[in-house]
Design a protein around this ligand. Structure first.
Ligand code: MG
Length: 396
């Protein structure tokens, strides 16, 4: 299973060539194809976060659904073992536990399929996100509608792009800062808490001095220990970043609340809030001023939107976060944010353009001038390149 079973041929029951569009146009079609790829995507540098590092490759699982008319729907599970879960777990969830609830069902029964999948296996939110994405892409392809329209319509055509600064080689990140500034990016998120407090202060000073065009956000990814967390966050807050994200471990709700009350800079929750259930507790306990919303944490676009709506109802802000994703998951996130007015702090769908050595989409992910442009074509608007999937599955 997982890496061992992923190879040149997808593990599935789909037709040998199911990339052609069929003629059946209604949502009563049966889902007859269910194919999986476990991919290893080469990345251009090491990146460090408070909870772990990525180097060499990041791994994702791609799902392709095929309806009886021949149309396809694509979805991505982008796990990170130290954060949400492992690619092997995503693959197993989709291959063994979710597949029986999908194959043979009608395309239009999306809500019932998702409810059955949610009960079939605990956690594995990235796998459930991949399933919902593929079902929405398939529905949109058949109906001739973009995914954002299926989610209720669009509130924005573009989303401000944030790029994360996380290379332990800061000179390399200086080069990246110059590049993204020239590309029109105006939001950055400095990853802190992985190489000492002095390194974080040094980088904040350098960025403030040499790159005043950027709005700076800071993300500890749980990297601080309880004993010195408050003092270090206070030092960071003195630089007046736009927000400080998840300084302590995900379950330290009391400490999050304490830090929030001690600083003037907004505090964001990320690892503390996966889905609506966590959001309920976060609101009740007052642990943050905002939340990072991710379809991989929430278990799909619908639940991610619910998190953002709950945040707004409680007077909190929401940010469009992501994992180490390809352009396919970025597309899902872009459609979700396009249909979610409560997410006002932009998105971080930068990996396809700035971090992967090679993306899997057949056309570049639409990110230019510091903005992501929401696609208007049917489904997600852009498909994966089949040859790239085969090539990168060989490397997994
Ligand atoms: Mg974060």
């Amino acid at each position: 299973m997982g890496r061992l079973s992923a190879g040149l041929e997808p593990a599935g029951v789909g037709p040998a060539n199911s990339t052609s569009e069929g003629t059946v146009s209604d949502l009563d079609q049966t889902i007859i194809g269910y194919d999986l790829w476990h991919l290893a995507l080469p990345v251009v540098s090491r990146r460090d976060h408070g909870i772990g590092a990525v180097e060499g490759t990041c791994e994702i699982v791609v799902l392709r659904l095929t309806a009886e008319g021949g149309q396809n729907g694509w979805g991505e599970a982008a796990p990170w073992a130290v954060f949400t879960g492992s690619p092997e777990a995503s693959y197993a969830a989709l291959d063994r536990y979710i597949r029986p609830h999908v194959v043979g069902r009608r395309v239009g029964d999306r809500a019932a399929i998702l409810a059955d999948a949610a009960r079939a296996v605990a956690h594995c939110t990235e796998a459930k996100a991949a399933l919902e994405t593929a079902l929405l892409d398939l529905t949109g392809r058949i109906a001739g509608l973009p995914v954002w329209a299926l989610l209720g319509g669009k509130c924005r055509d573009t989303i401000p792009l944030s790029v994360s600064i996380a290379n332990p080689d800061f000179d390399a990140d200086i080069d990246l800062l110059r590049r993204i500034r020239d590309d029109g990016v105006r939001l950055i998120k400095l990853k802190t808490g992985f190489a000492g407090h002095a390194f974080d202060i040094l980088r904040l000073e350098r960025i403030a001095r040499d790159f005043p065009d950027f709005e700076v956000r800071v993300d500890f990814n749980q990297g601080l220990e309880p004993g010195d967390a408050l003092a270090r966050v206070r030092d960071i807050a003195a630089f007046s970043p736009a927000f400080i994200e998840q300084p302590v471990r995900s379950h330290h709700f009391g400490l999050m609340r304490e830090i929030r009350s001690a600083i003037q800079v907004p505090l964001l929750a990320d690892e503390s809030v996966f889905g609506p259930e966590d959001m309920t507790r976060a609101v009740t306990e007052g642990i943050a001023d905002g939340v990072s919303v991710k379809i991989m944490k929430a278990g799909g676009m619908g639940r991610a939107r619910a998190v953002a709506q709950m945040a707004a109802a409680a007077g909190m802000t929401a940010y469009g976060g992501d994992m180490f994703e390809s352009g396919l998951a970025h597309l899902a996130g872009a459609h979700m944010i396009a249909a979610t007015p409560e997410i006002t702090l932009g998105c971080e769908f930068y990996q396809a353009q700035y971090y992967l050595a090679e993306d899997i989409l057949e056309a570049p992910f639409p990110s230019q001038g510091g903005k992501v442009t929401v696609p208007d074509g049917p489904g997600l608007g852009i498909r994966p390149d089949f040859d790239k999937l085969q090539h990168l599955a060989n490397a997994a």
